[in-house]
Design a protein around this ligand. Structure first.
Ligand SMILES: Cc1cc2nc3c(=O)[nH]c(=O)nc-3n(C[C@H](O)[C@H](O)[C@H](O)COP(=O)(O)O)c2cc1C
Length: 234
């Protein structure tokens, strides 16, 4: 398979919900999915990148607009004979070189009609071509999709918390389905470009701290019989 497909050396030994030791450096991919490349969600994504880099992690920052030229099509009609996607754009390279090897994936999106941007949705949809059983190396792809830490940064005009509820739910389900760990959300309020910098909740500061602690912060999704001591912190 083309592309540098290997995870960070320690990743195989760390369940995604556990905190890796502070001195392990991990690989992260940030996908900034607004068509406004200098808009609010991109600003938040940049702050996450700064935090990850400050903590020593390796970060790839990708604009969905530069990767995707099309939605998913009918793979039966569209595939090349060897199983490759026939859509000529940068999705395959991004997916194989950055997404699959990443220990963590952070999606940045504006709220569009109470959901994610079409670009972010298309990124997830397009992965189908490679994890579907009809792709010759789908087992390796599925292996690469599993067990990541997943994060979300969102910008919206409306302030009501559940304006992003559908998106949070979608990402949490994605993390569950891929046996990953949903680390959390940073939500900034703004409409005009740069508005999030004026949000009194300081989402840019939150995003930077989110990046700094992305691979070390506690995250949990207990079942009733999960052994635990009743304290979350300390
Ligand atoms: C097509 C479209 C749909 C939108 N839908 C919503 C919405 O449902 N709720 C909301 O609060 N803001 C909505 N907005 C506003 C954006 O979420 C807001 O301007 C956001 O900060 C844009 O992020 P960006 O600068 O990263 O593109 C919408 C904007 C557009 C262009």
């Amino acid at each position: 398979m083309e592309g540098n497909f290997s995870r960070s050396p320690v990743a195989d030994h760390i369940a995604p919900h556990k905190n890796p030791a502070q001195n392990y450096f991990m690989k992260a991919l940030i996908l900034s999915s607004s068509p406004r490349k200098n808009g609010n969600s991109a600003l938040l994504a940049g702050a996450v990148r700064d935090g990850l880099a400050a903590a020593g992690h390796e970060v790839a920052f990708v604009y969905a607009e530069e990767v995707l030229s099309s939605f998913l099509r009918d793979c039966r009609q569209c595939r090349k004979p060897g199983g490759e996607c026939a859509i000529e754009d940068n999705f395959r390279r991004t997916f194989f070189d950055h997404f699959l090897p990443a220990d963590g994936f952070i999606a940045a999106t504006p709220v569009y009609w109470y959901g994610v941007s079409a670009q972010l949705k298309a990124f997830f949809d397009r992965s189908f071509c490679y994890y579907a059983a009809s792709y010759p190396r789908s087992a390796e792809v599925i292996d690469g999709m599993k067990g990541k830490r997943i994060g979300l940064v969102v910008s919206s005009e409306e302030t009501f918390p559940m304006v992003s509820g559908g998106i949070v739910s979608q990402m949490q389900e994605y993390a569950r389905y891929t046996r990953g760990a949903f680390v959390g959300v940073v939500h900034g309020i703004g409409n005009a470009r740069g508005d999030v910098a004026k949000d009194p909740n300081d989402p840019l500061g939150q995003a930077r701290r989110f990046g700094e602690t992305f691979f070390t912060r506690h995250t949990s999704d207990y079942q009733i019989d999960t052994p635990r001591n009743g304290r979350v912190w300390g």
